[in-house]
Ligand binder design. Structure first.
Ligand code: C2E
Ligand code: MG
Ligand code: MG
Length: 455
C-alpha cells in the first residue's frame, strides 16, 4: 500500500509484483518501487488503516476504481501488457494523492484509495476527477496506444459505520453503478444505488438460470434487398422470455451478461438455435442469410472460433450464409488477438459486419484494422434523411465509402416510405426496419417467408 507520511514519501506496500513483465513491455514504463508479491494483500492493510481513522474519530472517504475493459486488454494484448498497464495506472494515481492518503491494490484491476479529510465529500469528488483525468490519457504499452478509463465509486464513512470492509463494498458498488449509469466518470454511494444494484444482481442470477432453462429466444427481423424489395435474410435479436415479465429486450440483459461473463454461453446458445432455424428455412425457402450479434467480450474468449466452427458443421449451414455483427467500440488499437480471431472466423467462410456504423469514435480506423465485409449504417443516421439535407449527405457519403471499399451497406431502422425511397435512389443495397417488419418470433418470420412480400 502506498502511504505518503509526514516523514516523506514512504511506500509501505506496492501495487503488485513485476517479475513477469519482460523487457520491452514493462521495463521502460514500470515504476521502480514494486515489491509486493501478494496480489490483493493490500486490502487488509487498507482496512486496518480505515479502522484506525475511524477509532481516532477521523472522517474519511473511500474511493474504489477498476479499469474499463481490462479483461479485453488482458486477452487482447497479453498478461504482461496488462500488468504493465496496472503499474502505470497506479503510478499516475499516486501523483493525484496527498501525503496522508493511502492507495491499495486489491487484486485484478481493482484499486482503492482512502482519503482522511474534514470535508470528505468535496475532497473525494476532487480526487475522483483528478484520478479520472490522469487515467483518461492513453497508455503506451508494447508499441500500442491503450485507453483504459477508470470507473470510480465513492463511499463516505459515518460515525456509526463500524465495519470498514462494508464501506469498501459500498465504494465498489458505487463504481459498478457508475458503469451502468450511462458510464458516468464517478458515482457516490446512496440508497437508490443499493436498491438498483440488488435488482441487477437478481437479473444476473436469473439470467444464469435462464440460459440453463432455455428461456432465451431469437426474434428475427428481415433484411431486405432494396432494389428488388425481397427478403434476403434475417438479423437474429435475442429476447429473454421471462416467466413473469414476458419478452425482455437485450439492452436490459446483454450488458449484465457481458460484465458477468455469461455472454459467451448466451451467444453460443443463440447461434445454435438460429443456425438450426436458418438451415430449416434454407431447405424450405432456398437461399437466405442470417446475421447474429456477437459481443467483443465473447470474441476475446478462448476457443470461440472453434465453437462457431462446430455449430456451423453440426447445423449444416453454408458458412457463407452466416454473418456476425460486431459493434465498434473497441478501445484498443491493432489488438493482435482480436485480429487473429476475426481472421479465423473469416477463414471459416463467415462474414463480419460492422454494426451501428458511425456511432463509435473510431469508425474509419475500425475499417482499416479489422477484416470487415459489410457496413450497417446506424439508424440514428437513417431517421431524418427525408427531412434533413445534412443527414442525407452523411448517409450518401457512407454509401460511397462502402462502395469504394467494395462492401455492401445495410441501412438500419428504416421506418418510413420516404426513407426507403431516398435510400433506393442513392443505391443503398440492403435495409431493415419497422417499415418492413419489427423483429418477430420464428413462427411469424416463417409466415413472412411464406407470404414472400415485395416492398
Ligand atoms: P442492433 O444489432 O443494432 O439491432 C437493431 C436494433 O434496432 C434492434 O433492437 C431492433 O429491434 C431495432 N430496430 C430495428 N428496426 C428498427 C426501426 O425501424 N426503428 C427503431 N426505432 N428500432 C429498430 P433490439 O432488438 O432491442 O436490440 C438492441 C441491440 O441489442 C442490438 O442492436 C444488438 O446490438 C444487441 N443485441 C441483441 N441481441 C444480441 C446478442 O445476442 N448479442 C449481443 N452481443 N448483442 C445483442
Ligand atoms: Mg445488429
Ligand atoms: Mg445496429
Amino acid at each position: 500500500m502506498l502511504e505518503v507520511t509526514e516523514l516523506g514519501n514512504r511506500i509501505d506496500r506496492v501495487p503488485f509484483q513485476n517479475q513477469n513483465v519482460p523487457k520491452g513491455v514493462g521495463s521502460q514504463h514500470a515504476p521502480k518501487r514494486l515489491r509486493s508479491a501478494d496480489p490483493g494483500g493490500d486490502r487488509a492493510t487498507l482496512l486496518d488503516q480505515l479502522q484506525q481513522w475511524h477509532d481516532r474519530g477521523i472522517t474519511f472517504a473511500v474511493l474504489f476504481f477498476d479499469l474499463d475493459r481490462f479483461k479485453e486488454i488482458k486477452y487482447g494484448l497479453g498478461e504482461n501488457a496488462a500488468t504493465c498497464l496496472l503499474e502505470m495506472a497506479a503510478d499516475r494515481v499516486r501523483h493525484c494523492l496527498q501525503a496522508e492518503d493511502v492507495l491499495a491494490w486489491l487484486g485484478a484491476d481493482e484499486f482503492a484509495v482512502g482519503l482522511p479529510r474534514h470535508q470528505p465529500q468535496g475532497a473525494a469528488v476532487c480526487a475522483a476527477e483528478r484520478i479520472r483525468g490522469a487515467l483518461s490519457q492513453p497508455f503506451r504499452i508494447a508499441g500500442q496506444e491503450i485507453r483504459a478509463r477508470a470507473r470510480i465509486g465513492i463511499a463516505l464513512n459515518a460515525p456509526e459505520d463500524r465495519d470498514p470492509a462494508a464501506l469498501l463494498d459500498r465504494a465498489s458498488m458505487a463504481a459498478y453503478g457508475a458503469s451502468f449509469d450511462g458510464n458516468i466518470p464517478y458515482r457516490m454511494f446512496d440508497r437508490e444505488l443499493r436498491d438498483r444494484t440488488t435488482a441487477r444482481f437478481e437479473i444476473e442470477t436469473e439470467l444464469r438460470q435462464a440460459i440453463v432453462r432455455d428461456e432465451l429466444q431469437a426474434y428475427y427481423q428481415p433484411i431486405v434487398n432494396l432494389q428488388t424489395g425481397a427478403i434476403v435474410g434475417f438479423e437474429a435479436l435475442t429476447r429473454w422470455i421471462h416467466p413473469q415479465r414476458g419478452a425482455v429486450p437485450p439492452d436490459e440483459f446483454v450488458s449484465v451478461a457481458e460484465s458477468t461473463g455469461s455472454i459467451a454461453a448466451l451467444e453460443m446458445q443463440m447461434l445454435r438455435q438460429t443456425c438450426q432455424q436458418l438451415r430449416s428455412w434454407q431447405q424450405q425457402f432456398g437461399d437466405l442469410s442470417l446475421s447474429v450479434n456477437i459481443s467483443v467480450q465473447h470474441l476475446c474468449c478462448p476457443g470461440m472460433v472453434d465453437g462457431i466452427a462446430r455449430i456451423v458443421t453440426e447445423t449444416g449451414i453454408a458458412p457463407g450464409s452466416l454473418k456476425l455483427e460486431i459493434t465498434e467500440g473497441l478501445l484498443m488499437e491493432d489488438a493482435p488477438t482480436l485480429v487473429a480471431v476475426l481472421e479465423g472466423l473469416r477463414s471459416l467462410g463467415i462474414q463480419l459486419y460492422a454494426d451501428d456504423f458511425g456511432t463509435g469514435y473510431s469508425s474509419l480506423g475500425y475499417l482499416r484494422r479489422f477484416p470487415i465485409d459489410a457496413i450497417k449504417i446506424d439508424r440514428s443516421f437513417i431517421n431524418g434523411i427525408a427531412e434533413r439535407a445534412r443527414y442525407g449527405a452523411l448517409v450518401r457519403s457512407i454509401l460511397t465509402l462502402a462502395a469504394n471499399l467494395g462492401m455492401p451497406a445495410i441501412a438500419e431502422g428504416i421506418e418510413t416510405a420516404a426513407e426507403l425511397e431516398r435510400l433506393r435512389s442513392w443505391g443503398c443495397p440492403y435495409g431493415q426496419g419497422y417499415l418492413f417488419s419489427r423483429p418477430v418470433d420464428r413462427m411469424a418470420a416463417t409466415d413472412l417467408l411464406q407470404q414472400a412480400p415485395r416492398w
